[in-house]
Design a protein. Structure first.
Lengths: 321, 171
């Protein structure tokens, strides 16, 4: 295959993944949430257990009027939803699915790249919140910024612990160095990374910037139709990316229980991503939203010290080995 | 002209244009947004020069933290939508300092290298930077770490509420 065709195919696959995975997760959320709450969820669209509900939703979003508030900063308001998707699309490029280069773009410092790009998601939120010219939106944006600045620290520290343990910044290299007993050794980092990741994508119980019962819907309040749908898509793409990162960094990526990693590696990765995504949905259904001060307390008094302690532990074990 | 040259010139033009917009736009928050474009451009220039580690550090720190903090501060205090007419921007002194610095640096570089060709050094991978920092530059690295630690403790002490003897404020 010529180089350019190879590149086009890889980019196309990434684009398909980043648009399909959120839909699958969204539909799963409909059904999982419904069953956990003792109801059925969508049942009519598409006949079999409402599988086409999100297609129907998309048709609804397309038909809705695209409203821009008169006082809004038009160009910034309009471009913000598109920018909200970009960081997640770029991150998916370097996440390895299986061994032997089953990844869209190999990168020696993949972990660092992922952390750097992932933090950019908040810029779209800040743009949307400010350009909406709405006080609820602005407050949502401020909360998002404060939240991101705080949670970035434990997020990066937990990832650094794994990088130290594996001795590499390459995501494929980390999976290769991974051993099952790391599940215990890196357990605190796993918990910190997962929680901080949930906070970074502003997912319940860390969805203070949206908080529909206090801020109406925060930075989403002025958005309608397709632009709103884009923000929703970005949220579910964020779940996919966080689940994939947790899988690759802490759960051994393509390593499965019976060998056969070369043939079935991609399947193990996908199964693990699906399981982590399920936990993300479960957390949303099980826990109420944190209060703003509780959110900052959890970060600075819980996650940051835990991440630092994990770094000391990792260094200690690494030196002892 | 190689591909790298063309890329560098294009990126340079984008950086220069967006940097000019940062200082000339009269929309307060948009100046911050143009700063994002400028910093991404600088990171892209690092990438073209094969300093990938520095490029991603630039994105992580400047875009992920510094610009977000800056936008946060602007929005927290005063962030009008639309044109702000009361911006206090000293035009001529600003232009003088900016052009002076650019001219002096440009003259210095042109004078130092003329038409000499400089080969690109080895790629700035994380491994190589790590080796350099922890072998050749350990002492400066530790000193910088100490300085940052002192600044961190200082910031915590200064932000303690209610302790007038430290902050020097009277209630």
């Amino acid at each position: 295959m010529p180089a350019w065709l190879d590149l086009v195919v890889r980019v196309l696959i990434v684009i398909i993944v980043i648009f399909v995975a959120p839909l699958v997760i969204g539909q799963t959320e409909h059904k999982v949430m419904a069953h956990m709450q003792g109801r059925l969820g969508p049942m009519y669209a598409g006949a079999y257990h409402g599988w086409a509900q999100l297609v129907a939703d998309a048709a609804k979003f397309i038909q809705k009027e695209d409203i821009t508030p008169r006082a809004a900063d038009r160009p910034v308001f309009k471009i913000a939803p598109v920018i909200s998707m970009l960081p997640y699309m770029i991150v998916v490029l370097v996440i390895p699915l299986g061994p032997g280069g089953l990844v869209a773009q190999k990168l020696d410092i993949g972990l660092f790249f992922v952390l750097a790009v992932f933090g950019l998601g908040v810029i779209a939120v800040l743009m949307a919140s400010w350009a909406s010219a709405n006080k609820f939106a602005l407050m949502g944006g401020l909360r998002a910024a404060a939240q991101l600045l705080g949670y970035e620290l434990p997020f990066v520290l937990a990832a650094a612990s794994v990088a130290m343990a594996a001795g590499t910044l390459s995501l494929s290299g980390i999976v290769e160095a991974w051993r099952p007993w790391w599940l215990i050794w890196q357990l605190p980092a796993l918990v910190v990374f997962f929680l901080a990741g949930l906070a970074e994508i502003r997912r319940t119980p860390f969805d203070m910037p949206i908080a529909d019962s206090e801020l109406v819907a925060g930075y989403l309040v002025e958005y309608t139709g397709l632009r709103y749908a884009f923000f929703m898509l970005a949220e579910y793409a964020g779940i996919f990316v966080i689940s994939a990162l947790t899988t690759v960094l802490f759960l051994g990526g393509w390593k499965g229980p019976f060998g056969l990693d070369t043939e079935l590696g991609w399947l193990w990765t996908l199964i693990k991503i699906a399981c982590v995504s399920f936990v993300v949905l479960w957390v949303r259904i099980a826990y109420p939203r944190l209060r703003e001060d509780q959110l900052q307390r959890l970060c600075w008094l819980g996650l940051v010290p835990a991440a630092l302690a994990q770094l000391v532990l990792t260094a200690g074990v690494k030196l002892a080995l | 002209m190689t591909v790298a040259d063309v890329l560098l010139i294009t990126i340079g033009a984008v950086v220069l244009g967006s940097a000019l917009l940062v200082v000339t736009t009269r929309h307060l928050v948009r100046a911050g947004l143009w700063l994002i474009v400028t910093l991404i451009g600088v990171a892209a220039a690092y990438l073209v020069l094969t300093a990938e580690m520095v490029a991603w550090v630039q994105i992580l720190l400047y875009l992920g933290a510094v610009v977000v903090l800056l936008l946060f501060a602007v929005m927290l205090t005063r962030a009008p939508i639309g044109v702000s007419d009361d911006l206090n921007r000293p035009r001529w002194p600003g232009a003088l300092v900016g052009l002076g610095a650019a001219g002096a640096l440009g003259a210095l570089l042109v004078n130092a290298y003329r038409w000499e060709k400089v080969e690109l050094p080895e790629a700035g991978t994380a491994e190589r930077i790590g080796e350099q920092v922890f072998q050749s530059w350990v002492l400066p690295f530790e000193l910088v770490g100490l300085l940052l630690l002192a600044a961190l403790i200082g910031a915590i002490v200064l932000s303690q509420p209610g302790d007038d003897s430290v902050s020097g404020r009277k209630k």
